[in-house]
Design a protein around this ligand. Structure first.
Ligand code: 5GP
Length: 217
């Protein structure tokens, strides 16, 4: 009984050295990118993966910085050769997370932040059960005001609100709900950072510390 438990523990101790993988998603204009960017400033332990997409670059977007913009043929090749950790389709375009940079970062103990839509976030979770997912939302009144400042047409605004209604039904699939109302950004960046730190205190990822205590006593 003791031996098998010990070998299982050993495997999990090896896991402990891995960085924390997390995915962030949220409603349009709720501030998911601002939270993801904010983490970068809190700690240089956070790493970001540059995704691959078949979507056309928007004005101001840079290849290899915002995305690797590639053709559908290249995307299919990468998919076939197992180059993606996950991939998904969103609004008619394909998106994928390259596997090797993520695996390498985690093995080196660096934390990885992925900004993914729901399908991708759930795939990541099935591959890495210790990955944690955040959904960023904001009260409707705050979001509507933000949209009024930026959205051009009434139709555009209506489309985004319809999209948000669909997204709300997906919130229970996520581990954490971050309510990013007006004026909450700084506090929420800190909150996400603390949740991630909290993950590192779980007993299941601290078996070496438990073993050390056992020996000390
Ligand atoms: P956008 O085209 O507006 O940059 O991104 C559209 C959606 O795709 C966003 O929700 C974004 O988080 C998601 N996304 C970006 N990169 C990836 C990826 O590599 N995989 C998945 N599954 N979703 C992604």
């Amino acid at each position: 009984e003791c031996t098998s438990a010990d070998s299982r523990e050993f495997e999990r101790v090896q896991d402990r050295k891995q960085g924390q993988l997390m995915s962030i998603y949220g409603c349009s204009r709720a501030g998911k990118d601002a939270i993801a960017d904010g983490l970068k400033e809190l700690s240089d332990k956070y790493n970001y993966s540059v995704s691959v997409t078949t979507r056309q670059p928007r004005p101001g977007e840079r290849n290899e910085v915002d995305y690797f913009f590639i053709t559908p043929e290249c995307f299919a090749n990468l998919e076939e050769s197992g180059g993606f950790l996950e991939s998904a389709e969103y609004c008619g375009n394909k998106y994928g997370t390259l596997a090797s940079p993520v695996v390498k970062a985690l093995e080196e103990g660096r934390d990885m932040v992925l900004v993914l839509e729901t399908e991708g976030a759930m795939k990541v979770k099935s591959i890495y059960p210790t990955a944690i997912s955040f959904f960023v939302a904001a009260p409707a009144s705050d979001l509507k005001a933000r949209m009024e400042r930026t959205e051009t047409t009434e139709k555009d605004r209506r489309n985004r609100l319809a999209q948000i209604r669909k997204e709300i039904s997906m919130i229970p699939k996520y581990d954490y709900l971050i309510m990013n109302g007006n004026g909450m950004l700084e506090k929420n960046i800190e909150l996400v950072h603390n949740i991630i730190k909290g993950q590192k205190t779980r007993t299941s990822v601290n078996l070496d510390a438990i073993e050390k205590l056992r020996k000390e006593y």
